[in-house]
Unconditional design. Structure first.
Length: 343
């Protein structure tokens, strides 16, 4: 019997209790973030009558979808025990690369659908390749994820500014905007459907498949996972490539939304995506939490940001509030660990 078969035997009551405890903890955390979404929604609904306007509710869905896509990738990395500080820069670089290439191909007589397809594929490749660089550096060279992703973020941002000349790339084809964006601001964007699709697919992958269980094992205890026969390096590379690809996907969709390629489109997505994951119950220690919780965390941030915008709260104060929420969520996790006797 292989070591992997031994650890997966159902006749281990202690292991079953641990799995049951973790699942119960995840359900409780998901319930908490769901309640927070409802509380914040109710507060702003009472505070401002415009908040519950149908157009504004659609706007919240559209705005949350981009952060949700990025947060799903960030959540994967967090569960595996790492951080991805490059998501915002990858989003911006992809936006510029895909927009520049699309306009150039169309101007040179390439059939428009083909030009769009090539540009989207190249944009996604940016995230996959740089995500692979992150993963290989972490898994094979033992470089801390914080350091390598910060370095890749600098490289991606510099490349984006060099390609665009520091200016937004305009003139995107209308067909691209119609398919990937929101031609009518009162309509639900394509990005919402894509975000929901990835949220469901990745949640099922993490909760119903062997690969998902292995990623949790890698994040919880990489040494034990390796001794159990799990290919730790392969799974680490996979999560970083997935995170990079999802950041690039968000960049393409957001470019269609604003009809522009821009290196600065990533904004505060690093802080927001990590906050969404932690608020959704993902532990910064790795090995705990769900991607469904991360998606709810992204929705919570979108609802909160929209409500604060309607109340004319300064963007600087919004950053302070968002950072404070992350600190409070981390402190709450540490308190929970102390109460449960974990160090």
């Amino acid at each position: 019997m292989t070591p992997l078969q031994q650890i997966s035997r159902p006749a281990q009551p202690f292991a079953l209790r641990r799995v049951a405890d973790r699942m119960l903890s995840r359900l409780k955390t998901t319930g908490i973030i769901s309640a927070l979404v409802l509380v914040v929604f109710a507060f702003f609904a009472v505070a401002n009558s415009r908040f519950t306007n149908s157009n504004n509710l659609i706007n919240i869905l559209n705005q949350s979808s981009y952060l949700m896509i990025v947060s799903l990738g960030q959540g994967l990395v967090l569960i595996s025990g790492g951080f991805d500080l490059a998501v915002a820069a990858l989003l911006g670089l992809t936006s510029v690369v895909s927009a520049t290439l699309m306009i150039a191909l169309a101007a040179n007589g390439v059939d428009l659908p083909l030009a769009i397809a090539i540009s989207v594929a190249c944009g996604l490749s940016v995230g996959l390749i740089l995500g692979m660089v992150n993963g290989v550096a972490v898994a094979y060279l033992n470089v801390p994820s914080f350091i390598v992703t910060l370095g890749i973020a600098g490289i991606a941002a510099g490349a984006g500014y060099q390609i665009s000349g520091g200016a937004p790339v305009t003139g995107l084809p209308e067909n691209f905007i119609a398919v990937f964006g929101t031609p009518d601001l009162r309509s639900i964007s394509t990005s919402v459907y894509i975000a929901v699709l990835f949220a469901v697919a990745l949640h099922l992958t993490m909760t119903r498949t062997r690969a998902g269980r292995y990623i949790y094992a890698v994040g919880g205890n990489p040494v034990a996972a390796r001794l159990s026969g799990i290919n730790v390096r392969r799974h680490i590379v996979f999560v970083f490539m997935t995170s990079g690809m999802l950041a690039s996907l968000a960049g393409i969709l957001l470019s269609a939304r604003v009809s522009t390629g821009d290196t600065n489109l990533g904004g505060n997505f690093v802080l927001q995506s990590i906050t969404a994951g932690v608020l959704g119950g993902i532990s910064l220690r790795g090995g705990e939490g769900t991607l469904f919780g991360a998606a709810l965390g992204a929705l919570f941030i979108a609802v909160l940001s929209n409500g604060m915008n309607l109340e004319n709260i300064s963007s600087y104060y919004q950053m302070i509030i968002l950072g404070g929420l992350l600190v409070l969520a981390v402190l709450a996790e540490q308190l929970r660990l102390l109460i449960s006797g974990r160090r």
